[in-house]
Design a protein around this ligand. Structure first.
Ligand code: TGC
Ligand code: FAD
Length: 396
């Protein structure tokens, strides 16, 4: 029996539980604007960039014009001052295009603009934030090192204070946007304590070679950052934070965006699966008419809907300033995992066609493998929750 549900409608997002009824007009407007922009500007070109291993640089100024960089920061230094829910919806729509686009926006706003705003001085805010909001300056965030990923406190990069400079030595690895960035927020140990520094492109002793050979996030630039007696002026230290809570505070912001963004990748895989199963005929019927296929589609919608409700409530708590980092861990961990599982089931539903770049499935699946690892691996978030539940840290 035919039934008028999602099958008969054109794409208007996935909103089975009427999340929209909880959104403001501005949130709906920005979500729809970004959704349309992704359809028009990202989806037609992203696969080529993915195959070539290039980032679509031409999109940066457009993202800036839409006010998406650091859009949830205050308007004082030129940011859009949107709600955290609006920011989450933007991440969701961008990642339906590709995780690389959401990553670019996450790194710029949450990992580079945020530490300058939260820990920087007035001159640093005035110098960098207005241009970063417009996309005229690109930022990156250097925490991970070859020998310290999940345990960033074990970093070896050092800063030494001389009369006129800080001198940085060491290396960062896996840094999104590194090679194309104008500035890098770099975390290094000064007198044994973790401090943040702003390193600029062109600083003597600083280089940012691109890392090649990725099978995931191919439309994103990933780099090493190398510091060899790199001298930076004294006024480039972030004066208002010391210790691991500096970088971890930034990660809370970015993990929040991923909790929403990963749902976008899941939605892309779900919609493609729904459309494909209605059009693919086997045994003289659309495969959508078989119970096992419907079971898979129903499971996808179920997981996406639960993930949306998690993200929505997380966003409300962030907007109310009651959100704690452990709540972000739960949503990042859950939503990335279900997105990856949905991508895998979607691949199966598309049969052999599921491996082709005509469909977004394998691209999302491969991207999500990185998303599961970066910003704290799935298991690190499990342990963060384990510590919250038991009071016992099981990291060591
Ligand atoms: P721990 O004792 O837990 O904390 C040290 C201090 O930091 C505070 N804190 C936080 N503050 C804000 N937000 C958070 N999420 C925080 N978590 C902890 C904490 O209160 C404490 O403050 P204080 O005042 O007492 O000093 O530190 P630990 O060494 O036990 O760390 C535990 C652990 C494993 C959870 C932490 O190291 C961790 O999260 N590791 C994962 C590392 C990670 O996520 N790296 C991500 C690198 S960046 C990246 O991946 C970018 S991808 C970008 C893209 O392309 O999208
Ligand atoms: P490891 O820490 O070596 O972990 C390997 C495995 O061991 C994982 O399964 C992990 O869960 C497990 N493990 C580790 N410790 C424990 C423990 N205590 N208990 C149980 N299991 C444990 N970093 C940045 O600083 N800036 C960036 O912009 C950035 N962008 C990235 C972009 C991409 C595409 C990727 C893939 C990574 C990026 N990263 C970035 C690095 C990322 O944050 C790290 O890869 C991540 O934190 C994990 O570190 P690792 O890869 O060294 O893995």
């Amino acid at each position: 029996m035919e039934h008028k549900g999602l099958a008969m409608s054109s794409y208007k997002g996935i909103d089975f539980y009427n999340i929209e009824s909880h959104l403001t007009e501005e949130e709906i407007m920005v979500r729809d604007l970004v959704r349309e922009w992704v359809d028009d500007k990202v989806l037609p070109i992203i696969d080529e960039h993915y195959m070539e291993g290039t980032f679509p640089m031409e999109l940066i100024s457009e993202i800036g014009k839409m006010g998406l960089f650091g859009c949830n920061h205050d308007t004082e230094y030129g940011c859009a001052g949107m709600s955290n829910i609006a920011y989450g919806l933007i991440c969701q729509e961008l990642e339906r295009g590709d995780s690389a686009i959401r990553s670019f926006v996450s790194v710029q706003g949450s990992l580079c603009m945020y530490p300058i705003l939260a820990y920087g001085d007035e001159d640093q805010k005035k110098k960098y934030i207005p241009k970063m909001a417009k996309g005229e300056l690109i930022g990156c965030f250097g925490l991970t090192e070859p020998d310290s990923g999940s345990d960033p406190g074990g970093m070896k990069t050092t800063a030494v204070e001389s009369d006129d400079y800080f001198i940085l030595n060491g290396a960062k690895m896996w840094i999104t946007n590194g090679t194309i960035a104008d500035l890098a927020i770099v975390w290094a140990k000064l007198d044994g304590k973790i401090r943040g520094f702003v390193v600029e492109k062109g600083d003597a002793g600083f280089s940012a070679p691109e890392m090649k050979g990725k099978h995931s996030l191919r439309a994103s630039i990933t780099s090493e950052l190398v510091f060899q007696d790199c001298k930076i002026p004294k006024n480039r230290i972030l004066p208002n934070v010391t210790g691991l809570k500096g970088p971890l505070g930034c990660l809370t912001q970015a993990r929040y965006g991923i909790a929403w963004g990963s749902l976008g990748a899941a939605m892309g895989c779900f919609i493609s699966s729904k459309d494909y199963s209605l059009s693919r005929i086997q045994f003289d019927k659309p495969i959508a008419s078989f119970q096992l296929v419907q079971n898979k589609l129903a499971w996808m919608l179920n997981e996406i809907t639960k993930g949306q409700l998690l993200a929505l409530q997380l966003g409300r708590m962030k907007d109310d300033h009651t959100m704690i980092p452990e709540q972000v861990s739960l949503a990042k961990m859950n939503n990335v995992e279900i997105a990856l599982d949905i991508a895998r089931v979607a691949r199966d539903l598309h049969g052999a066609n599921g491996i082709l770049n005509e469909y977004p499935i394998m691209r999302h699946m491969a991207n999500l493998e990185s998303v599961k690892t970066y910003e704290g691996t799935h298991d690190i978030h499990n342990l963060i929750l384990g510590r919250w539940i038991t009071g016992i840290a099981a990291f060591e």
